[in-house]
Design a protein around this ligand. Sequence first.
Ligand SMILES: [Zn+2]
Length: 497
Amino acid sequence: MSTTYDEALANYEPVFGLETHVELGTVSKMFCGCGTTFGAPPNTQVCPVCLGLPGSLPVANAMAIESTIRIGLALHCTIARWCRFARKNYFYPDMPKNFQISQYDEPLCVEGYLDVEVGDSVVRVGIERVHLEEDTGKSLHVGGSTGRIHGATHSLVDYNRAGIPLVEIVTKPVPGTGALAPEVARAYVTELRETLRALGVSDVRMEEGSLRCDVNLSLNRVGATEWGTRSETKNVNSLRSVERAVRSEIERQSEVLSAGGRVVQETRHFHEDTGVTTSGRSKEMAEDYRYFPEPDLVPIAPAADWVESLRDALPELPFERRRRLREEWGISALDMQAALNAGAVAAIESTVAAGASPRDAYKWWMGELARQANERGVEVSTLPVTPSDVARISVLVNDGKLTDKLARQVLDGVLACEGSPDDVVAARGLEVVSDDAALGAAVDAAIGADPDAAQKVRDGKVAAAGALVGAVMKATGGKADAARVRELVLERLNTDA
Ligand SMILES: [Zn+2]
């Protein structure tokens, strides 16, 4: 931890808030029937409505409204009985209507929370609102070296994204997390992403922009009652960046304040390469979007019994699921956190379902397989091994057909796409030598080759048996059960004595 960070925390209390935009995975757009496939050739998924041509009229996507209500319910929100869309008026080249259909003072879902686990503790993050709006198009700046507008010779606009349903989830300010603020912010986005994934409402790919975060941060002087001025860091596009953006803003604002300066209310940009934010647009002057109720759309008035049926049909949510699994597996909150961070929870669960003990399943996925994934720089769940392969290997170990060492070789074979665990055992000849006659011969040979060690064992120095066991293991290519070999060595030397 840097001194700047420690000093900042000694003098100030960070308060963060997160605004998360989620592109819903609906087949069609929010207010027209255009497709929503990511990566389609530019301007091939457009029509008069999403191009904002005069005379075209929007029709709300029922599935998007349903998904938003389900998100609100999962976040323990109150669902509005009646609310309206609003026009947010501003000019942006990739927003063809010159207004965005959004929600303003009548959001669909309000006043909820999401519980977030950090280490052994649970932090309840308040949710202020969840509302529905449409995404904008995308500008492409051409001719410069960085892809940014500075230095570009011209810009191109792709309207494929214009009108894709976008849900905005806004937290309440989160005070009181101190030095853990960056971690809690990251854990919140992680938990939110898992929750949205469980709901099946979005593919939540941060790298493709279907989940984007803005980080608000302010510092209060310790003990002060008034809250500091906040900055808003835009489009923070990975979990790691969320953590880094919070940390870097804590350090930056603390330096500004400690030098007697004041924090300016502004939009800032996060730089992935350096991990710091730079100044963008000042927000000292309140922007006037001239919001008014969207006249082309009827209000949304979800029937109470429909909302209740959506609530009843919610899947088990990740927080509760992890709690249940933790009890079933008998592991600590920290171990579960590690499995979650490694993206291994589902794989462990399936491995248990395929017949492994929870302890073995956890050990394989978080041990050998996590190591292999780390070496290859991939997520553990993407390794070419199935939960049933892992369960089969653990059964073979428990039946005494494989030692741990042999099991790792079998796993190597499976990862090298040589077939199922049984195929690899057969092809590589990896089964444990459990035939006492064969082992006996190897033990006799080892005793014959090392009479000194044998004599020590006969004299009662049992530790000397290690050398003989080692020799047998070497002679059998590591395929013998070491405990059984030891038994045989001791048996033979005692009776011979
Ligand atoms: Zn369209």
